[in-house]
Structures are given as C-alpha cells and as structure tokens.
Write a protein that binds this ligand. Structure first.
Ligand code: APR
Length: 320
C-alpha cells in the first residue's frame, strides 16, 4: 500500500513541528509548501536527515509550487502571519484572508479530496473562508482550536491538583479567542467531574476560575513570553492528533471548529464543538446539553465569531 501524503501549507514554526511529528509517527510522506523560497526545502532536508537517526521512513520534500501537493490525503494549513505582542488575533484578519484565498485555490486545484485542517488565526473565520475559497465539502475542512484550548485547560488542572495529565480530560467549546468556553462540568479527572472535585476539596473554586481565565489567555501568555511569534509545539501536536484520527479512522471525539447547520442554534458558521473524526472527515457533530451559563457563554462566543465573519465579508464581498 502506498504511503499517505501529508501536505503542510506554511513551513514556519508550526509547519516545521508538524512535519517532525508526522515523520516521527510515520503518518506518511510530507510535503512542506511555503511562499518563501529555500525555507521549506531547508527544513525538509534537515528533517529528512533526522529520520536516519530516529529511524522513521517518511519522505520530506520542500515546495514552492502547489502542483507538489497533488493528491495529498491531508492538508494542514498554517500559512499566514502570526500574532506579535499586543496584537489581537483579529488584527490579523485582512492579511490572512488574502492568504486563505490563495491557499484555498491551491487546494481546490491540486488536492480536492484531502482532509483539510486549518490552524491560521483568527481561526474560526479563517477556516470558514478557507472552506469557501477551496469549495471542498464542509465535512472535510475543519479548524484546529478546541484540542489546543482543551490541552491547555487539562495541563493547568493537572498541575493544580497534582495529578497525571493522563487522567485529566477537559472540554473547551466556542470560538478560538478570548470568548472561548471552558466547560468544567464536562471536564474530569479519571471520570470525576471537576465540580465534584471542587466539593471534594481537590481544587478551590477561585483557583478553578483563575485556570479558566488562564486557558482563555493561553495563547497570549505564550506570545508575551516569546516576544517574537506564537505557540507552536502544542498547536502542532493538536493538529496531528486530528490528522491521525482521520488517517487511521480512529473515530476520536474532539472539539474542533466545524461548519454548523442548525446545531447549537447556529447556521452557516464555523465554531468549536465536539465532533467525531473518522475516515470520512467530520462524521458527527455532537450536541451536548448546556446549562444557562454555558449557553450564554457559547452564544457570546458565537457572536464574536459572527462579528469577524461580517468583517471579512465586508473586506471580500465574494464571500457570501
Ligand atoms: N502561502 C504559503 N505560505 C505562506 C503564505 C502564503 N500565502 N504567507 C505566509 N506564508 C508562510 C510564511 O512564509 C511562514 O513560513 O507561512 C509561514 C508561517 O509561519 P510562522 O510565521 O512561523 O507562523 P507559525 O508560528 O507557524 O503560525 C502560523 O498559525 O497559530 C497560527 O496565529 C498563527 O496564523 C498563525 C499560523
């Protein structure tokens, strides 16, 4: 059986980490595409040389021509400009919208059957625009945010309660921004819901509130520390988990930005909700019950994403 082909559009910090992880996990042969000449070729050569030490078989190629992503099984998009300190995700809107247009057309013309994972920020509106520009079916175009936001929530919970990260499960819904909705009721340690752990004295409510806020600010905290660029190890790891669920038909249930058509009372927009990812892409959108507070938080987040969708429609009227 031929190896799977994984195309990475954008060979920067996240792109390079994605290529490394895809190689280490032997998910398939990797093509790194970037507009910068030499960058993807250099990274690919470096990574290929690392493969002989680690002992993984995966071809690594750099490309500046979309023809090289031909018939990719998975495409992961990080092309664009990352946030600088003090810059909100939304500031990136105009610049990255143009990038999504060229990337969407490149995918449409060369890899129309791929499962596409978008990471470029501001995420929910960029993945929506990418789906529109590419014309691929919505179940094959998803945004990576919830897995990363949940990973951050999990880490902070594990550290606070001094338990293994292995036993913590956490859920974050909504848009990938300051309005995201971490859900303690659906977050557990070895199956014990976080609100019960508050009652049991494992974590104080105040601490939990701080952790929820730190999760919302998780990206900005790293941007502030790095000073140049934004997070890349955890975002890449999260996207690879999604790609793996598709490639291996693992049928994992993960929070991802997907197009909603009536679910959660939202239509024609991409927002983060739990979905099942299998060999057909997004196979199921899972509607969980939200209490009044959670629903209010979710609706607030949806309104923030809607604001960005309206803004990009004003920038590019071809996006209806
Ligand atoms: N086509 C292809 N590649 C592009 C294009 C384009 N039109 N425009 C820019 N790029 C490339 C850049 O040359 C660069 O190599 O995208 C890459 C982005 O890499 P980094 O600047 O290192 O950014 P990174 O940290 O990888 O983040 C990428 O993910 O989390 C988000 O906010 C983040 O939107 C940003 C994206």
């Amino acid at each position: 059986m031929a190896r799977k082909k994984i195309a990475l559009i954008g060979g920067g910090q996240i792109g390079g980490t994605l290529a490394h992880l895809a190689g280490l996990k032997e998910l398939g042969d990797v093509v790194i595409f970037d507009i910068a000449e030499g960058l993807p070729q250099g990274k690919a050569l470096d990574l290929a040389q690392s493969s002989t030490v680690e002992g993984y078989d995966a071809a690594m190629t750099g490309a500046n021509d979309y023809a090289d992503i031909k018939d990719a099984d998975v495409v992961i998009v990080t092309a664009g400009v990352p946030r600088k300190p003090g810059m909100s995700r939304d500031d990136l809107l105009g610049i990255n919208l143009k990038v999504m247009k060229s990337v969407g057309e490149g995918i449409r013309d060369n890899a129309p059957n791929a499962f596409v994972i978008c990471i470029t920020n501001p995420l929910d509106v960029m993945v929506w625009a990418l789906q529109q520009f590419s014309g691929l079916p919505a179940n094959k175009v998803v945004g990576m945010a919830g897995v990363l936001d949940s990973a951050r929530f999990k880490l902070f919970l594990a550290e606070e309660m001094n338990v293994s990260v292995e036993d913590v499960n956490a859920f974050v819904l909504g848009g990938h921004g300051d309005t995201m909705v971490p859900l303690p009721r659906y977050s557990t340690v070895a199956g014990i819901p976080v609100p019960d752990l508050v009652k049991m004295g494992w974590i104080e409510q105040d601490k939990l509130d701080q952790i929820i806020q730190r999760t919302r600010d998780g990206g900005a905290e790293i941007v502030g520390l790095l000073k140049t660029g934004s997070a890349y190890y955890a975002p890449a790891t999260a996207a690879i988990a999604m790609a793996e669920s598709y490639l291996k038909d693992k049928r994992r249930l993960m929070p991802c930005a997907v197009e909603l058509n009536g679910e959660y009372g939202v239509s024609g927009m991409y927002v983060g909700v739990p979905v099942l990812i299998g060999e057909n892409g997004v196979e199921k959108i899972v509607e969980i019950e939200l209490n009044d507070d959670e629903k209010a938080g979710f609706d607030h987040s949806v309104a923030a994403v809607q604001g960005l969708v309206d803004a990009v429609k004003a920038i590019d009227p071809s996006l209806a």
